[in-house]
Design a protein around this ligand. Structure first.
Ligand SMILES: [Mg+2]
Length: 722
């Protein structure tokens, strides 16, 4: 194993180049489009990106020709529609530009049809019953708002065209289609509300800045662990004597081998236009984080998916394995993916940044309070949006936000909202206007610099000019939580507009009408606000008293997607049809079942073919030793310790064997369940509890059995070998 640590791979990374030199060199952005497209094609493409309208079909051939010429000059031989099906990864099917014409001439070709739409054989993607296998067709359709890019893999270069993925019958089968719909709806609703304050606003864009946490382990060590290979997490393994208790890893110096890996994947990321900005060690040994500058939400989601792919791919070059699972190791922190969300206007205003005048303060408070109200009204849906088998291990695990949704505002904004709640009266007086004259913009930055006013334990925190959704899992596609957040804020803004307009019609002055509706929203949503320690048991009790939900497991949490109010929300805002919603619910339950099922199988296999044989071999050594000593005629007292170890070992072996058998029996019962919700429930409450029981005994044996005989790399090796 020492050899493993010394392996060195020579990689070029930045090749002595500045980042600006590399950045977006493989992206067909506005600059490349200007250079490679005709005036007419360029204008048509830019118009379609800006307006969100469909591209004129007659322009597609011209754009395809320019795109192909650009890609070929860069060395690309193939192209692919790049999409994000509901499998949790990205999908691509490469076609070459190369073709042979009827007369036998070989040429390179790429026309408008190939750019705009493809028909991949899609029968094997999750569809939740939408598509019977006899109508297995699916379509991918170009999303011009996310630029095409070239991925360099091995010796090849491939032109990737971001697309949505829909069924033959029109239902969405991916993450991007609903995301684009939610962004369009949010734009309309937010622009309408902006017009109370500024008639010049014609577009509002949701922005997203994600932070990606991950673990890195040596590839050869990971290969020797079937659980890491197949499930992305360890199912057994005793915590090392030294974990994260010394807190000596966080922000520490990055080990050289890993630093080389980071530089290498960063270089790949820069080339495809991912604006990475930070890198650092995280709290747990072997854990790290990177984050880009925030971007328009749709592009940020694509970039996160692309980065996750890139990290896996580049890790191979360095004989490393990157783990994006939320909880790869028990006993040390898990990984999350904070989603920093905000709204910005085409007039250059961040709607969640406090203003400098009473009028802009009121605009800020409007979007701020509406977001809090949305989280309050749809907390269960937000919880459902981050539910997954893997995130269940992290949420509420004393180091991650709990499964209870709440919003953290900080003391100053809490005070501002309290004042509006108490002081704004029926007859809004001039003195109330003083509230709006507060220098909110000056106070907040000062308070944020003060660490005591930060709350790392909150699942949804305001951080000065954005909300940070911290409960998102590290392996998640950001689109899931973003679709829900965009949609619930859209619905709340629409309702807000109706109510304010109603008061204005009754004769109230605009500003006063806005303040009155905000006041009622502040009152209605008060229970969702929490400034204390979200990790504490007291909070769980208090939250229950406040009537807040606490869905601890995925099967429980997912139910929120198919309640009457959720159906109404998604259907009325045009995000999902009822059929799409039911299908997604089914897909998510099925994914849960499959993940737990695979883990149960791997754990059973690890126990019976790795841990038990090693333990029995050790048992035999002890037996040989004891019988040997006994045959020498020694008193039993002289081999008392060995007998004791033998008894303990035998007991753990027995327990593991019994529990594995019981787990298999429970799995068989669960598999018979036809209803997917019931099956998920069975796996959650009848199968999964055996994991901890088996692990307990396996981890005890790891401490007893001779290290030479133990078949699995241990935590101290996985977490510390560099
Ligand atoms: Mg972090």
């Amino acid at each position: 194993m020492k050899e493993v640590a010394n392996q060195k791979v020579k990689i070029g990374h930045y090749n002595g180049k500045k980042i600006t030199h590399l950045f977006a060199c493989n992206v067909f952005n506005a600059k490349a489009a200007r250079e490679w497209l005709s005036d007419e094609a360029y204008k048509s493409l830019m118009h379609s990106i800006k307006s969100g309208n469909k591209l004129e079909r007659r322009m597609a051939d011209g754009i395809a020709a320019g795109l192909k010429a650009w890609a070929e000059e860069k060395g690309a031989t193939h192209y692919t529609h790049w999409f994000q099906p509901l499998t949790g990864t990205t999908a691509e099917k490469h076609d070459s530009f190369f073709t042979i014409k009827g007369d036998g001439t070989a040429i390179e070709e790429f026309d408008g049809n190939a750019l705009i739409q493809q028909e991949p054989d899609a029968s094997s993607f999750p569809n939740g019953g939408i598509r019977a296998t006899f109508e297995a067709r699916g379509y991918t359709a170009w999303d011009p708002s996310s630029p095409a890019f070239i991925v360099e893999t091995g010796y090849g270069k491939t032109l990737c065209i971001p697309t949505i993925f829909i069924a033959y019958s029109g239902e969405s089968l991916d993450h991007k289609a609903p995301l684009l719909k939610s962004l369009a709806e949010l734009n309309t609703a937010a622009v309408d509300v902006c017009h109370y304050f500024d008639k010049n606003v014609s577009k509002v864009t949701a922005t997203l800045g994600w932070e990606q946490e991950y673990f890195i382990v040596d590839e050869n060590l990971a290969d020797a662990r079937p659980d890491l290979m197949m499930c992305g997490r360890t199912l057994v393994g005793h915590s090392p004597a030294k974990g994260q208790q010394l807190e000596d890893h966080y922000f520490g110096a990055i080990p050289e081998r890993l630093f080389e890996y980071m530089q290498d994947f960063e270089a790949e990321a820069y080339k495809v236009g991912i604006p990475l900005r930070t890198r650092h060690n995280e709290v747990a040994p072997g854990q790290f984080e990177c984050a880009p500058i925030f971007e328009e939400c749709n592009i940020a989601v694509d970039h996160n998916s692309l980065l996750m792919d890139t990290m896996h791919r580049v890790a191979k070059r360095h004989k490393l394995k990157v783990l994006l699972h939320e909880k790869p190791f028990a006993g040390v922190n898990g990984s999350g993916k904070h989603n920093n969300w905000s709204l910005s206007t085409d007039t250059g205003v961040n709607l969640l940044a406090p203003g400098k005048t009473p009028r802009t303060n009121l605009m800020f408070l409007t979007f701020f309070v509406n977001t809090i109200k949305a989280v309050h009204d749809y907390a269960d849906l937000l919880r459902a949006a981050i539910a997954s088998a893997s995130n269940d291990h992290r949420l509420g695990a004393n180091e991650a936000p709990p499964a209870i949704m709440s919003v953290y505002l900080g003391s100053y904004l809490t005070k501002v909202l309290d004042e509006i709640e108490e002081r704004v009266t029926e007859k809004f007086s001039e003195q109330d206007e003083a509230i709006l004259k507060l220098d909110i913009h000056k106070q907040i930055p000062e308070l944020l610099l003060d660490n005591t006013d930060r709350n790392r334990t909150s699942p949804f925190a305001f951080t000065g000019n954005k909300f940070e959704f911290r409960a998102v899992g590290s392996s998640a596609n950001c689109a899931g939580p973003m679709v829900v957040l965009n949609t619930i804020v859209t619905a709340t803004l629409k309702k807000f507009k109706q109510e304010v307009d109603g008061l204005i019609r009754k004769g109230e002055k605009k500003e006063i009408a806005i303040l009155h509706v905000l006041q009622s929203y502040i009152r209605d949503s008060k229970v969702i606000r929490f400034e204390g320690d979200n990790y504490s048991d007291e909070w769980a009790e208090e939250a229950a008293q406040r009537g807040l939900s606490n869905f601890k497991t995925t099967p429980e949490a997912l139910g929120a997607f198919v309640t009457e109010s959720s159906k109404e929300l998604f259907i009325q805002n045009g995000i999902y049809s009822e059929r799409e919603l039911e299908a997604r619910y089914e897909i998510m339950l099925e994914e849960y079942v499959k993940k737990v099922q695979i883990e149960a199988r791997i754990l059973g296999f690890l126990a019976t073919s790795h841990i038990l044989p090693a333990s029995i071999a050790y048992q035999n050594e002890l037996i040989t030793n004891v019988t040997g000593l006994k045959s020498l005629g020694l008193a039993e007292d002289s081999y008392r310790s060995q007998l004791n170890i033998l008894k303990v070992t035998s007991n753990h072996i027995q327990e593991i064997n019994d529990n594995v058998e019981a787990m298999i029996a429970a799995r068989k019962v669960a598999n018979k369940e036809e209803n997917m919700h019931q099956r998920a429930d069975e796996y959650c409450h009848q199968v999964k509890p055996y994991f901890d029981k088996i692990r307990y005994h396996a981890d005890k044996l790891e401490l007893i059995v001779d290290d030479k005989l133990w078949p699995l790399p241990k935590y101290r090796e996985l977490l510390y070998i560099r």
